[in-house]
Design a protein around this ligand. Structure first.
Ligand code: ARG
Length: 430
């Protein structure tokens, strides 16, 4: 029996098709659904829609269900549509008529947006912690290998000297910007849609400020029509920020795969972290980074998918929105897994020293030689021509002492600056 069912039965095929994967997916929302209900009924009592004794019957049972949800012991019974219905059924089963009172002034439409927002808030915090942990490791590696030079490339052609210090630090800094974007998405998420009901509010005197405080939201989604429009929009904005982290990670993975290639040979991992081939006995493959690359590229597709589902949907609730949960809810754990496994790999990364001793990299130093002439008083253009001529004639001699002193360069990574920036971003999530 559905909570909305009045009489008769519905076609089984229709039922299965419309419920889709909710019986399984909604379990991820279960603890948040119950937290939302606790806040809602606390408010209902304050505005006189529940008695104190009714509230006191409901609260302990909701707390039991909350614990069961956290322990993964809740399930959605056959024939029950979603987690929202399941909780109401369980309460009614246990407490009788009072269980049916929790839904006054609420619709599953505002309920599910609320669940998604509470879930998102908690999951963003997990992602932030995981990103911070990788950031710390990258900064440490950057400091540790600040003197290990590598070629810098433009157009995939050797260009100028770089270093592992710069390389690791670059990805650390990229994560700061990604978290800055995630912070904006967090702010957008952290507004209360509850009280918008089916999308047009309620004639009950609901205290929306109270549920906002109880659930720890920054503000309300004030306009009830807009509150309903945040379904899908929230997921899109958040997944765009997750896609930025994924972009950083996919790019990092690509660099690692390339640097592990024998033609580069810049870095390696011990055998127990690489995989072999069933036919070629010599293989040590970078499967982990290939999978991180692919998983992150998949994550990058999510905002696009959501955008297509939202398409030109008019305002108001539409069942289409249900499908966003399928790829959205699991995305946080998938990204976290990529962040964590990268750290496992980097714990044992081996860096090749003296890469630039190889004469194939001599031309990396051409700008150094030009700059030296400039310091001696020549104009840059003239010095550039002179060195170009030496290269053409085969008489160029590299000048390998590097003197980069400005901030954020080879000789002055200025990583402390990044640590401070990251600290500020972290504070903004508190
Ligand atoms: N499973 C539904 C969803 O995710 C819950 C909301 C149902 N609302 C409705 N009006 N049918 O959208």
């Amino acid at each position: 029996m559905k909570i909305w069912q009045k009489s008769g039965t519905i076609n089984e095929q229709i039922e299965a098709f419309t419920i889709g994967k909710d019986a399984h997916l909604d379990l991820m929302l279960a603890p948040y659904d119950i937290e939302g209900t606790i806040a809602h009924i606390t408010m209902l009592q304050k505005v006189g829609l529940l008695t104190e004794s009714e509230l006191n019957q409901l609260l302990p049972e909701l707390k039991n269900l909350h614990q069961a949800a956290i322990n993964g012991e809740l399930k959605i019974d056959d024939g029950v549509e979603d987690i929202h219905s399941q909780i109401e059924f369980l309460l009614t089963q246990k407490l009788g008529e009072v269980g049916k009172k929790i839904h006054s002034g609420r619709s599953r439409n505002d309920q599910v947006i609320l669940d998604i927002k509470l879930f998102t808030r908690a999951k963003i915090k997990e992602v932030v912690a995981q990103v911070k942990s990788l950031f710390d490791q990258l900064i440490e590696l950057s400091e540790q290998h600040k003197n290990a030079l590598i070629p810098g490339y433009t157009h995939m052609q050797i260009a100028m000297p770089s270093s592992f210090g710069l390389w690791f630090g670059a990805y650390a800094e990229s994560l700061i910007d990604d978290l800055t974007q995630l912070q904006a998405a967090y702010k957008i998420t952290n507004r209360n849609p509850l009280g918008s009901a089916a999308g047009y509010g309620s004639s009950f005197p609901l205290d929306r400020e109270l549920t906002t405080r109880l659930l720890g939201f920054d503000t309300m989604n004030n306009n009830v029509v807009y509150a309903q429009m945040t379904r899908g929009k929230t997921e899109k904005v958040v997944s765009q920020a997750l896609a930025s982290i994924a972009t950083t990670m996919a790019r990092l993975s690509m660099d690692v795969c390339m640097y592990m290639n024998q033609n580069f040979g810049f870095l390696s991992f011990p055998d127990h972290l690489t995989t072999g081939s069933s036919i070629m006995p010599h293989k040590k493959n970078p499967d982990v980074f290939e999978l991180v690359r692919a998983k992150c590229n998949k994550i990058k597709a999510l905002p696009n998918e959501i955008d297509h589902i939202l398409g030109n949907l008019p305002s108001g609730y539409h069942r289409d929105l249900q499908l966003i949960k399928e790829n959205y809810l699991p995305i946080f754990d998938e990204l976290n897994e990529c962040l964590a496994i990268t750290q496992v790999m980097f714990d044992e990364v081996k860096i090749k020293e003296d890469i630039l001793e190889n004469p194939i990299y001599n031309y990396l130093f051409s700008v150094e030689v030009v700059n030296e002439k400039v310091l001696e008083g020549r104009s840059f253009r003239e010095a550039y021509k002179e060195v170009g001529k030496m290269i053409e004639e085969g008489t160029f001699q590299p000048r390998k002492e590097l003197n980069h002193t400005s901030k954020g360069t080879l000789g002055n990574l200025n990583n402390g600056y990044l640590v401070e920036m990251m600290e500020k971003v972290m504070q903004s999530f508190k």
